[in-house]
Design a protein around this ligand. Structure first.
Ligand code: J9N
Length: 243
């Protein structure tokens, strides 16, 4: 899979992309992640990516012309300032899956992550400022995604969350043990508690059943704890009526 990130803070991603599983996935060619600086598509002396809003009001709005130019050149894999004739991908027409991170999008779920992980290409668009010119929604984004009901200062953290969630699903990224854990979450429950050594810590001991060697009893205990925890913390995952 190829993932392109469009941002005015390209340096923001050096941490997440150079860490552990994402770095390994890039090194072995499972994923090709490219970070682009939106200012590379500006044409004015000040390299402006924003401007004041039509109709007045406080704050700045991200410019649609810059974002459309950036998206079209990334979609068509050409450098800033160049044109391809005819372009394969055009604004408002056929284009790779292009996700705009925004609090007004649909909330990211594991189901959507699975769907995104099937794509050959993903383009993640990180907004900043008070808003984005509406024509970016019309012409550039195929999807608008939120990572939760709270407001960030920009889409970068949200995009990094999508990268991590998607990359861990790509073939070969997780070992078999972790894949099994994934299947348990696929049942739509929170995970059961985990323990490792020591058996006692400050008076808190590992439940006896986990040391019993009785695999049937262990599986039953874990299923109960997962259900109990889900009921307490995320009853919404159990559906209406908590079934
Ligand atoms: N879920 C979510 C996304 C965001 C932002 S703020 C600016 C861009 C994206 N906040 N919260």
């Amino acid at each position: 899979m190829r993932i392109d990130l469009l941002t005015i803070f390209p340096g923001y991603f050096s941490g997440p992309l150079e860490t552990s599983l994402v770095a390994t996935a890039q090194a072995d060619g499972t994923v090709d992640i490219r970070v682009h600086d939106l200012r590379d598509w500006t044409t004015d002396r000040h390299r402006s990516v924003d401007d004041s809003p039509y109709g007045g009001g406080a704050g700045m709005v991200m410019r649609a012309d810059v974002l459309v130019a950036a998206a079209e050149s990334v979609w068509n894999d050409v450098p800033p300032g160049t044109q391809v004739a005819p372009p394969q991908h055009v604004a408002g027409g056929p284009r790779p899956r292009t996700v705009l991170l925004t609090p007004r999008g649909r909330t990211l779920t594991q189901a959507l992550v699975r769907e995104l992980a099937e794509e050959e290409r993903l383009v993640l668009l990180c907004g900043r400022y008070e808003g984005i010119d509406e024509r970016v929604h019309d012409l550039v984004a195929t999807d608008e995604v939120s990572v939760g009901d709270y407001v960030l200062m920009g889409g970068e953290v949200a995009a990094a969350a999508i990268v991590e969630a998607v990359v861990r699903l790509l073939p070969g990224v997780l070992g078999n043990a972790e894949s099994a854990v994934l299947e348990s979450f696929e049942q739509g429950l929170l995970e059961h508690p985990h323990y490792t050594r020591p058996v006692e810590l400050r008076g808190h001991t590992v439940p006896e059943v986990l040391r019993s060697g009785d695999h049937g009893a262990i599986a039953a205990w874990r299923a109960e704890r997962a259900l109990e925890r889900t009921r307490q913390v995320r009853p919404d995952l159990l559906g209406p009526g908590g079934t």
